[in-house]
Design a binder for this molecule. Structure first.
Ligand code: PMP
Length: 324
C-alpha cells in the first residue's frame, strides 16, 4: 500500500515476494524514517491459523508512526491486509517442525529528497517468513551481557518507537556481547546506567523473593505484547507482579543473598527465554545452575499452548483465520 500526501494511503495489493526499486535519495536511507512490527501466525491441529493479538501490533505501529512523523495507518485495514496475505500465501504449512509464520509489517519513507523533513511518500509492506521452532531441542536458557557503556534508546529520542535507529544503536554492543559468549545484551537506562530496561529483542522479568518484577514502561522500554500477556497470565494465577524501577545493584544484591530465584525474557520470537547467566562487569551470575526455572517453563508451555490452539484461550488473544 502506498501513501502520497495528496491522496493518503491507497493502492493495497498482494504481489509475489520480489525486490523493490527505490531512488537512492529515498529519505529512509538517509534519515531512518521507518517503523516496523513483528508478530507470528501459528497453525493449529485442525488446520486453521491463529494470529496472536495482531491488533496490538498495529496499535503499536501507529504509536511508532506518531513519533517518526509517519502518517497514521487504519488499523482495521492493516489487519485485513494481513489476513488476506496469510490466506493467499500458505506455502509454510508443512508442520512437523512446529513451523510458525513470522510476520513483518513495516513502513518506509520513499520520497526522493535530501531535505531533512518528513517524507511526503511512504510504502507500507508486510513480508512473511516461515520459522522453525525457536527451541529445536526444547526450551533452554541464554547467557546475557549487561551493557554498561552503550545505550539503546532514550526517552525523548526515538525512545520506545519500534524504529530502525534503535536497533542500529544496539548492534555494536550485540557484537561485543557475542564475542564474550553471550547471545543477548541487557540494556540499562540511558541516563544513569543504573536501571534495568530490556534485552535486545525481549522484555525482562525477575522472580525476587516470590514476587515477579519487571521494569515499568518508562518511554524507552518497548511496550512488548508478550510482556503484557505474561503480566495478565501471572495475575490470573494470583502470582504477585510488580512493574517498577529495578536497579542492576538490586539484582546483584538479590543474587548474592539468594532471593533472585529466576529470570526470563519475553518476546515474539522466543516467547519465553530463560536467563541462565548474567555477565555484569567482572561478575558472572549463574541462575538456577544455568537451568530453566519452573515458572519460565510453565509460562512457556501455557503461552505457546494458547498461541497454537492446544490450550483454550480464556483471554481472547488469538484471532482465527479459516483454513484454506
Ligand atoms: N524489546 C525489544 C527491543 C524488542 O525488539 C522486542 C520484540 N518486538 C521486545 C522487547 C518484545 O516485544 P514483543 O513481545 O511485542 O515481541
Amino acid at each position: 500500500m502506498d501513501y502520497e500526501a495528496s491522496k493518503g494511503w491507497h493502492s493495497p495489493r498482494i504481489v509475489p515476494y520480489q525486490p523493490i526499486t527505490l531512488d537512492p535519495a529515498s529519505k529512509v536511507f538517509h534519515y531512518g524514517q521507518t517503523v516496523f512490527e513483528g508478530l507470528k501466525a501459528y497453525r493449529t491441529d485442525n488446520g486453521s491459523i491463529l494470529l496472536f493479538r495482531p491488533e496490538e501490533n498495529f496499535k503499536r505501529l501507529n504509536r511508532s508512526n506518531e513519533r517518526l512523523s509517519i502518517p497514521h495507518l487504519d488499523e482495521e485495514i492493516a489487519l485485513e491486509a494481513l489476513k488476506q496475505l496469510i490466506t493467499v500465501d500458505q506455502d509454510w504449512i508443512p508442520d512437523e517442525d512446529k513451523t510458525s509464520l513470522y510476520v513483518r509489517p513495516f513502513i518506509i519513507a520513499n520520497e526522493s529528497s535530501l531535505g531533512v523533513a518528513p517524507s511526503q511518500n511512504y510504502m507500507f509492506m508486510i513480508i512473511l517468513s516461515p520459522v522453525g521452532s525457536y527451541y529445536a531441542e526444547g526450551i533452554h536458557p541464554v547467557k546475557i551481557f549487561v551493557e554498561s557503556e552503550y545505550v539503546r534508546a532514550v526517552k525523548g529520542g526515538v525512545g520506545n518507537a519500534k524504529t530502525a535507529g534503535n536497533y542500529a544503536a544496539g548492534l555494536k554492543a550485540q557484537e561485543e556481547a557475542a564475542a564474550k559468549g553471550c547471545t543477548q545484551v541487557l540494556w540499562l537506562d540511558g541516563v544513569e546506567r543504573k536501571y534495568v530496561e530490556e534485552v535486545g529483542s525481549m522484555n525482562v522479568f525477575f522472580s525476587i523473593n516470590g514476587t515477579i518484577v519487571t521494569p515499568a514502561l518508562n518511554g524507552s522500554i518497548l511496550d512488548g505484547i508478550t510482556r503484557k500477556s505474561i503480566i495478565e497470565l501471572l495475575k490470573s494465577w494470583n502470582i504477585p507482579v510488580e512493574e517498577r524501577k529495578l536497579s542492576i545493584g538490586e539484582l546483584v544484591e538479590a543474587y548474592h543473598n539468594g532471593t533472585l530465584e529466576e529470570a526470563f525474557g519475553t518476546g515474539t520470537a522466543a516467547v519465553i527465554s530463560p536467563i541462565g547467566e548474567l555477565h555484569y562487569l567482572d561478575e558472572q551470575l549463574l541462575l538456577r545452575g544455568g537451568e530453566t526455572g519452573p515458572l519460565s517453563r510453565k509460562l512457556y508451555e501455557t503461552l505457546t499452548g494458547i498461541q497454537t490452539g492446544v490450550i483454550a484461550d480464556p483471554f481472547g488473544w488469538t484471532v482465527e483465520l479459516p483454513s484454506a
